[in-house]
Design a protein around this ligand. Structure first.
Ligand SMILES: Cc1cc2nc3c(=O)[nH]c(=O)nc-3n(C[C@H](O)[C@H](O)[C@H](O)COP(=O)(O)OP(=O)(O)OC[C@H]3O[C@@H](n4cnc5c(N)ncnc54)[C@H](O)[C@@H]3O)c2cc1C
Ligand SMILES: NC(=O)c1ccc[n+]([C@@H]2O[C@H](COP(=O)([O-])OP(=O)(O)OC[C@H]3O[C@@H](n4cnc5c(N)ncnc54)[C@H](O)[C@@H]3O)[C@@H](O)[C@H]2O)c1
Length: 491
């Protein structure tokens, strides 16, 4: 894996007491600190690795940068006239170099500069809660610094990959999303274990950059999404040459030639590849951060909508972002961070109740209410999948009166102009009593940019009758909204 460089060292003053101590300077920790600072608090943030966290260096940004060049190439190839102008292959070295520039060569100097500008103090090292509002930081030289918070501690330590119990896995030195997104030389072949978002995006990246790809899945690819999405992505990946094998590895060995051999069931032929990538989910990074010392069992970690951890004497502990397991997405973690940062500052100022029983008002600045049933997300595959809210299955299970309305996105005039032979699909999940949209799924080229209108409709609980007056411009792909409403009315 690539080397990482921490930028400037600690930026703290002499004091070791702050109003708020944030452990973990990923996107989420940075936002908790920023919003609490804006609320008038003095804040220190503790970081063991790179300021900016997973998203900046090994997740969202590098993976999306690795995907972008092939997406652009495909878009040009799908429009007659433009396709004649692009006759060459992807420049893989240039793609990797562009990715590296997005990670600032795994150096966090610019993010440290941002912290300084925002008035947030940085303490580098491993943070561990050692008592009520007290955090010890083990620094690179082994010395321990003792920090105290007058108001709150927020743990924003993120998540780590879950490694499945496969014989020989550790010895075979598997890649996780970290190695896969920081790759410097494309392997000839990879076997990806898992069928979620990470596996789907990595399969798209590695195939587009020339590797032979085998994906080992237990069941349906992207199984938590609507079938229109998972089927489209799996069939497009298959068409691009990705091989899908159903099963779960039982053992893996790395031979003297450096290649891995993966055994599945007794009747299945083993799979050989240059590298094995594990993409079987992530779990909260709760190890060795001292939760147990303040009476919190990590697997029972529970937060309210202001991200305050339940059952901690004095109610000073918050858990924000991937660590609380609510929605493992950068934008949703940052949303939680805004709620938590503002709530911590308001409680410190006495303008929001600190009582354990006091729950923040839903949809107020202090509550991440949208986490429950209004989460947007995009899977950056080919085709893209953009979703918000509940799937038809989730809405039915939650007891809503549901009607599903589908429309062929390829049949829209704007889509036909967008790309020759455009294919895509849209599904709206409608609450038939309240006549609002509970969830939407878009599948197709560039649908990620269509998502926010749906998020506004779902969060705003805009009725279908009112949506009738939100007129989509012609000829854009958004005209699918009109077609969905017509389908709901007349069929
Ligand atoms: C391959 C991949 C692609 C992804 N793509 C997207 C995407 O396109 N869009 C999206 O919304 N989400 C995406 N995600 C999810 C996204 O990366 C996470 O939801 C997000 O990074 C969570 O932010 P966080 O701040 O909670 O945690 P992290 O980003 O993991 O940050 C936690 C920080 O805490 C530090 N830390 C941990 N323990 C300690 C300690 N004890 N002391 C001090 N510091 C500590 C870590 O070093 C790290 O810097 C992707 C994830 C993966 C794996
Ligand atoms: N574009 C994005 O927003 C984006 C991109 C990447 C990751 N993420 C986030 O990161 C999180 C983690 O993603 P992920 O894909 O690692 O996890 P996931 O939980 O979405 O998927 C894990 C997959 O691995 C499979 N699996 C588990 N154990 C297995 C085994 N032993 N053998 C074969 N398959 C096995 C599961 O069936 C599932 O399909 C997601 O929750 C997602 O929100 C988001």
């Amino acid at each position: 894996m690539t080397d990482t460089t921490a930028g400037p060292t600690d930026t703290t003053s002499d004091t070791d007491t702050w109003d708020l101590i944030v452990i973990g300077a990923g996107a989420v920790g940075e936002n908790v600190a920023d919003y609490a600072t804006k609320g008038g608090l003095r804040v220190a943030i503790v970081e063991a690795e790179l300021v900016g966290g997973e998203c900046s260096y090994w997740a969202c940004m590098p993976s999306k940068a690795l995907l972008r060049s092939s997406t652009v190439l495909l878009a040009a190839q799908r429009v007659a006239g433009a396709s004649a102008a692009v006759t060459g292959e992807l420049d893989v070295a240039a793609v990797l170099e562009r990715r590296t520039s997005f990670t600032s060569e795994w150096n966090d100097a610019s993010q440290v500069e941002w912290l300084q500008g925002a008035g947030i103090d940085l303490v580098r090292g491993w943070g561990r809660i050692v008592g009520d509002r007290r955090v010890d930081v083990t620094q690179a030289d082994g010395t321990v610094r003792h920090l105290t918070a007058t108001h709150a501690v927020a743990v924003c330590t993120g998540s780590v990959p879950t490694m499945p119990p496969i014989d020989g896995l550790a010895e075979a030195k598997p890649w996780t999303s970290r190695e896969a997104t920081s790759v410097t030389e494309m392997p000839g072949s990879v076997a990806i274990v898992g069928g979620g978002v990470v596996a789907s995006e990595l399969a798209t990246i590695y195939r587009s950059l020339g590797s032979e790809v085998t994906v080992i899945i237990r069941s349906r690819l992207l199984g938590t999404l609507e079938d229109i999405a998972s089927e489209a992505v799996q069939s497009s990946l298959t068409e691009s040459g990705v091989r899908f094998v159903t099963g779960s590895p039982s053992s893996v060995t790395r031979g003297d030639d450096g290649r891995v051999t993966i055994a599945l069931g007794e009747d299945d032929a083993p799979i050989e590849a240059d590298e094995i990538i594990i993409a079987t989910g992530r779990h909260p990074a709760t190890s060795d951060i001292g939760l147990e010392d303040v009476g919190v069992t990590p697997k029972d970690l529970h937060v309210d909508d202001s991200m305050r951890v339940s059952g901690v004497h004095g109610d000073w502990l918050y858990a924000v972002g991937d660590i609380n397991g609510r929605a493992l997405l950068t934008h949703q973690g940052k949303y939680q961070a805004r709620a938590a940062g503002l709530a911590i500052a308001a409680r410190a100022a006495g303008t929001l109740s600190s009582a354990p029983s006091a729950r923040p008002e839903p949809w107020s600045d202090y509550a991440a209410t949208a986490d429950h049933e209004h989460v947007p997300s995009v899977v950056f595959t080919e085709p893209e999948v953009a979703t918000v809210g509940l799937t038809s299955t989730a809405a039915t299970e939650a007891g809503y009166p549901v009607r599903v309305v589908d429309y062929d996105l390829g049949a829209i005039a704007g889509s036909a102009v967008h790309a020759d032979g455009y294919t895509g699909a849209v599904r709206a999940v409608i609450d038939t009593e309240r006549r609002i949209i509970l969830g939407m799924t878009f599948v197709g080229q560039d649908v990620s940019e269509m998502l926010h209108a749906a998020t506004i409709a779902v969060v705003g609980e805009v009725t279908l009758e009112k949506l009738w007056h939100a007129v989509p411009a012609y000829p854009t792909m958004n005209e699918v909204w009109l077609r969905l409403l017509e389908t709901e009315r007349y069929s």
